[in-house]
Write a protein that binds this ligand. Structure first.
Ligand code: DGJ
Length: 732
């Protein structure tokens, strides 16, 4: 890994063993892209790659008479000059002009990586990464711009963000400040996004790209279940095991934009950042604005390899503290078992039975506070309800601890019910537009987290409950989108800042609570997977993946989630049947076989299952305890997609390739078909492995494949509805 600056030619080459990222100070003084791809040799001068000619009807720079931005690759493009593509940023000046001209001034290259201020970001030690900061200035407005590029030693990854500083004489406004742009010289790619809605999150969708744009965005205040801030572009023919692909992952939890734009001259532009549709930022004299980070990765070896990069990078360089690379506790959550209808006795009953099965952590979900027996009231009043918790949270936590389990509870700090003491005391603390009717979502309003005093108030209330009880875990929920967004705490010219300030408020509360309680495991949640993003993983190393706990749907949801996020982050539980969302009944074995590939836990009252099932549960807990480290932190490969067949399969392999866990799932019966073979992955070719007592070579399992019929005494069984198998594969 190194970052080379060729001072004569003014070119940069960032490289590691796998990738090269080359760019130059352009003839206009701004930054132009030269190459991003597989590692290539360094050369002092790559300027021959620039297009220095003009085409009919093109505009060119008057001094050079030959350089059009539109015909070249841009690093952080602006609009209004000779590039007619979508701009990465826009500054509205006092006189109304939106034209900028940033030119190179200086740069700094250093080992390691700086943190961002108040924002989540990947981190790295001095031997893990190198950073280039390029300093540019608009000489007319005196606005300065820093473009930051970090290259990681071990990963084919570049992390980028930008910082604007207003050194001019007047206040100015950022009307767009995306985090990164990559221009590529050809358009032969497909676009892959991860879309959905509540209970059907992160379903992969592939689109052809051609002249014009394809984009996804969130305007919901959270990154959303509807579009995930993670996109891939891949060459046609790229599959899980071969081919070129590039991805952008946004380390941010609010409104975002991700876009691919094909120009008429063969250029492909990728953009990612805060959604400009819901953003303007007043940048007063002397102030800076820092964009969130985008993590860009690439591969020549298919999508599994791309996912592996994100899994390892996020496990090692995004998740922080005690829970970084630490296997997650097996938990039981009372939500689907009781909803809000519980008392201490019921909770202790559930916990006692779960302890008997070997479960390690009890999570008390919604309904423990204020006047909260249904979702019409109580949110915002973070004080224990004495009817349900007669000795408070501390009393219950101690009783659960006495059973031999850790204890944690649910919060939804960003919300308030109109029927609550907090709302009655502070009706001005909502996001609400004056004179307009406010929408409700799940009978609740959104607190104005752009206001410091609101965040402080919630912090004080939560801290009190948390410090008084022996707590090991917090589930942080967020159950509605932001609407009628307006803050009474801000003047008119700052209303465009509210969405981002809200997210910053959420991050600041997380940061304070994590600092106060460094050992607590946070799990983020937003009506399930409505805020499953890399930003959240910086604070909460795991996220409740979906409110849909149906094992068969979960195969799809977890499969889709695995493209951009590590298995250690995927909150997954066994719940009761018939499933509350779909009415389906999968066996307890299949429900666990799916939930193993995540953090694993239970979301039902184990007192209500049969004795035989309970014996199975005990075995499941034992199995997960034995294998969770491998499952959550091993190398994960998708083998068969539930979106293509009625079957799915995946495998996770230990780093030394001595052990693997293979999961196979039949979503829908396939009557009168031969089950066939499935090719496994990640094993050592010449090692001998045992699978169900039989011996196989690694190359045999990976090239000929594993004969699926061997999973059952009769080939037909494996093709039945909801049948699944999880197998341990061990090298001899
Ligand atoms: C939505 C979450 O996704 C559920 O798991 C549960 O915590 C409820 N909220 C509680 O209101």
């Amino acid at each position: 890994m190194d970052i080379i600056w060729h001072s004569k030619t003014k070119q940069y080459h960032l490289y590691n063993d796998e990738i090269s990222y080359i760019m130059a100070v352009s003839p206009l003084g701004d930054l132009s892209g030269i190459y991003f791809g597989k590692r290539i040799h360094d050369k002092e001068d790559m300027s021959y790659t620039l297009n220095r000619f003009s085409l009919p009807n093109e505009s060119v720079d008057p001094d050079t008479e030959s350089y059009s931005m539109e015909l070249n690759l841009q690093e952080y493009p602006t609009f209004g000059v000779t590039d007619f593509g979508t701009q990465a940023f826009e500054v509205e000046q006092k006189n109304g002009s939106r034209l900028s001209a940033f030119v190179y001034k200086d740069h700094k290259i250093f080992k390691g990586k700086k943190g961002l201020t108040g924002l989540p970001a990947t981190y790295a030690g001095e031997d893990e990464a190198m950073t280039l900061e390029v300093y540019l200035e608009d000489e007319l407005t005196k606005m300065s711009l820093t473009l930051s590029y970090t290259i990681f030693d071990k990963y084919p990854v570049i992390a980028r963000h930008a910082v604007f500083t207003n050194n001019g004489a007047t206040d100015t406004k950022l009307t767009r400040a995306l985090s990164a742009c990559i221009d590529l010289p050809d358009q032969d790619y497909e676009w892959m996004q991860f879309s959905g809605a509540w209970a059907r999150e992160r379903i992969p969708e592939v689109k052809k790209i051609s002249v014009g744009s394809v984009s996804i965005e969130s305007r919901r205040g959270a990154s959303s279940a509807n579009q995930n801030p993670f996109v891939i572009i891949k060459r046609p023919g790229t599959d899980e095991f071969k081919g070129e692909a590039l991805a952008m992952s946004f380390v941010y939890s609010g409104n975002f934009l991700a876009q691919a734009e094909c120009s008429n001259y063969g250029r492909l532009r990728l953009l990612m950042g805060i959604n400009p549709n819901t953003f303007t930022w007043l940048l007063k004299k002397g102030e800076s604005f820092e964009t969130p980070e985008v993590v860009i990765a690439r591969t020549d070896s298919g999508l599994n390899d791309l996912s592996r990069t994100y899994h390892e990078l996020y496990n090692n360089n995004l998740v922080r503290g005690k829970w970084r690379n630490t296997p997650r506790p097996i938990l039981i959550n009372n939500w689907e078992a009781t909803y809000m209808n519980f008392d201490e006795e019921r909770i202790l009953n559930i916990a006692t039975k779960a302890k008997e099965a070997g479960v390690e952590l009890f999570v008390l979900d919604d309904g423990w506070f204020g006047d909260r027996d249904d979702d019409f009231s109580g949110l915002g009043d973070w004080v224990e309800n004495p009817k349900k918790l007669p000795q408070g949270m501390a009393g219950l936590a101690r009783k659960v601890n006495a059973i031999g389990m850790k204890f944690g509870f649910w919060i939804e700090p960003e919300m308030v019910n109109p029927d609550s003491n907090l709302y009655r005391r502070h009706p001005e603390w909502l996001l609400a537009t004056p004179g307009r009717k406010g929408s409700l979502g799940r009978h609740q309003c959104v607190l104005d987290f752009s206001r410091q005093e609101v965040v402080d108030y919630i912090y004080d209330m939560l801290k009190k409950v948390m410090e008084n009880a022996p707590i090991s875990y917090i589930k942080w929920d967020m159950n509605r989108a932001l609407t009628e967004v307006f803050s009474t705490g801000l003047p008119a010219e700052e209303q465009g800042m509210v969405y981002h300030k809200y997210v910053m408020g959420v991050y600041s509360l997380y940061e304070r609570l994590i600092n106060d309680f460094p050992d607590i495991l946070f799990e983020s949640c937003s009506s399930g997977g409505n805020r499953f993003d890399a930003g959240m993983l910086y604070y909460a190393p795991q996220a409740w993946c979906s409110d849909n706990t149906d094992a068969i749907d979960r195969i799809c949801i977890q499969y889709g989630t695995s493209y951009g996020y590590p298995i250690s982050s995927i909150g997954s539980h066994v719940s009761a049947v018939p499933n509350l969302q779909t009415g389906r009944s999968a066996s307890i074995a299949t429900r666990a076989n799916v939930a193993y590939f995540g953090t694993f836990g239970y979301e039902l009252d184990l007192n209500h299952i049969s004795d035989e099932e309970f014996e199975e549960v005990k075995e499941q807990v034992k199995f997960m305890k034995e294998h969770r480290e491998l499952i959550q932190f091993g190398t994960f490969y998708r083998l068969r997609s539930p979106f293509e067949k009625d079957q799915a399969a995946w495998i996770v392999v230990s780093k030394d390739k001595k052990k693997a866990i293979f999961g196979f799932y039949c979503l829908k019966s396939n009557v009168n078909q031969i089950p066939g073979f499935i090719k496994l992955a990640g094993l050592k070719e010449d090692s001998v492995y045992t699978l169900r007592g039989e011996e196989y070579y690694g190359d045999e399992l990976m090239n000929m494949g594993f004969k699926l019929g061997r999973l059952s005494t009769t080939d037909l069984v494996i093709g039945q509805d909801f049948v699944s198998y999880v197998e341990v594969i061990e090298a001899k």
